[in-house]
Design a protein around this ligand. Structure first.
Ligand SMILES: NC(=O)c1ccc[n+]([C@@H]2O[C@H](COP(=O)([O-])OP(=O)(O)OC[C@H]3O[C@@H](n4cnc5c(N)ncnc54)[C@H](OP(=O)(O)O)[C@@H]3O)[C@@H](O)[C@H]2O)c1
Length: 314
């Protein structure tokens, strides 16, 4: 396993991390034993960065992690998030007020059964929150109290990433970056690299589509609670899969699968500190972790970028 600097934090993170959204059932039903075996495999292959959120299963993923990490909390760099309301009448909305984040951060610490998290991320804040939110003072205060070691943002839109880097208070930016979603490489990653802001590349497999295991017919089998049913509704599933096929040329030589090629693509960008793929079980975790040792050629990286830039026409 390769280890990289998480921006200016001084933390050394494994190039491959583990995302735990799948373990809360957001990709269809999950069994705890499978989740625990995925986490076990992660630690076994040298993964030391685990990403979660109070939003995953409304705290379920955090509680599961506490169980998995009992007695070895110090072996991992633990990152969680807050700001999405998951229960009650405001479910589905966000709240980045200092009072709300203070409360939900304490709840995360309780569920994770830890005195501190290494990284606390605002979960999908707007540009306005990033520039003017009252939450930043709270984060600084909680850092001084030792409840969090560092803080950053997880964002959806490129302008939010740019705002976070320019604002300067975030130690890290988490964003979706993959072969089908290369905009970060043009709009955010160079800025982050210059400012030494750690980049956490999420959904490197485009939620599993970039493993090449799906056919258009599989869309009907996705269950309603699978994020892919909503996220790739209508024709989008099929058109995304057509794009996936354009990237199959990357599977050759030591690159044994499209999943590995997709992860190696993310790792090839020097701004990226850690690539967090979700892994349902130990097999997926081991396959993804093995991508840490792979290097795509500059010609192939260039070709992948050209295909994306042409809107998959080239
Ligand atoms: N706004 C945010 O902050 C935000 C949003 C999204 C994600 N995230 C974070 O980023 C992490 C990663 O993103 P993600 O989980 O959404 O997407 P992803 O990593 O692109 O895809 C993960 C899914 O792909 C499938 N998969 C993984 N490895 C595989 C392999 N080797 N072979 C075959 N299938 C494989 C698994 O689902 P199946 O087995 O069901 O196909 C797995 O759940 C999340 O867990 C979460 O921590 C954050």
């Amino acid at each position: 396993m390769e280890y990289r600097n998480l921006g200016r934090t001084g933390l050394k993170v494994s190039a491959i991390g583990l995302g735990t959204m799948v373990h809360a059932g957001h990709f269809g039903p999950m069994k705890d034993e499978e989740s625990l075996s995925a986490i076990e495999a992660a630690l076994d292959v040298g993964v030391n960065f685990i990403d979660t959120s109070d939003a995953y299963g409304a705290g379920y993923a955090e509680s599961l992690l506490a169980k998995a990490l009992k007695g070895r909390r110090d072996k991992v760099i633990l990152a969680t998030k807050g700001g999405n309301i998951m229960v009650g009448p405001n479910r589905g909305k966000t709240d980045f007020s200092a009072a709300y984040i203070h409360r939900v951060m304490d709840e995360s610490l309780r569920r994770l059964e830890t005195d501190y998290v290494d990284l606390y991320q605002l979960h999908n804040p707007t540009v306005d929150v990033i520039k003017r939110g009252e939450v930043w003072e709270l984060l600084e205060q909680r850092k001084k109290e030792g409840k969090i070691r560092f803080y950053g943002v997880s964002i959806n839109k490129m302008e939010e990433g740019v705002a976070a880097v320019e604002d300067g208070r975030s130690d890290t930016v988490q964003l979706e970056y993959n072969l089908l979603m290369q905009a970060p490489a043009e709009e955010v990653l160079p800025l982050a690299q210059k400012a030494n802001v750690g980049v956490i590349a999420r959904a490197p497999l485009r939620r599993g589509l970039l493993t090449g295991k799906f056919t258009p017919q599989d869309q009907q089998r996705l269950q309603a609670d699978d994020v892919r049913a909503r996220g790739f509704a209508g024709d989008l599933f099929k058109t995304e899969l057509e794009k996936v096929e354009r990237m199959r040329f990357l599977v050759k030589g030591s690159v044994q699968s499209l999943a590995q090629a997709a992860i190696a693509f993310c790792l090839a960008h020097p701004a990226v500190s850690v690539v967090i793929a979700g892994a349902r079980d130990a097999r997926q975790m081991r396959e993804n972790a093995a991508a840490s040792d792979l290097r795509l050629s500059s010609e192939d990286l260039q070709k992948a970028a050209e295909i994306w830039r042409s809107g998959f026409q080239a």
